[in-house]
Design a protein around this ligand. Sequence first.
Ligand SMILES: [Zn+2]
Length: 153
Amino acid sequence: MASGYDLLRDKFQTVQWHKLVWNSWCVPKHQFMGWFIAREALMLKDKLYALGIAADDLCLLCGAGIESHSHLFQTCPYSRKVLSLFDSLAGTTTPDDLLSWIAARKFSDLKTGVLLCAAMALYYHIWMQRNRVRIEGILLRPEILKEVIMKES
Ligand SMILES: [Zn+2]
């Protein structure tokens, strides 16, 4: 008979990059949100709408797509402009793929740290921009958000 722990463990997939997220280089608030984002654990409007909590499921950043993890951190036109910082480097920008890409490379500790900090900062700021729109109704232009991220990471 499986224990409760075993049942939960099967439910949550083990990821190879967890040690990368919890490192000593990145800003802790970026790591904290990066962990939720990479595990697709944020309560986005697709989930809230399905629960009857949100009035709609439209993306707050572009107003066109359904706000889900894959939309917000992969296909959203607004996010794509911000995530383009990584397009030419890794060829992917999804949190899971990007962290797996970094983990698979044998970069120096310094280069790994810089890449991780940049990735965590990107995802954190997209999430915070989404919340800024929801709470304050303010949407920064993607170019401005990219400048903020470059300064902070
Ligand atoms: Zn969108």
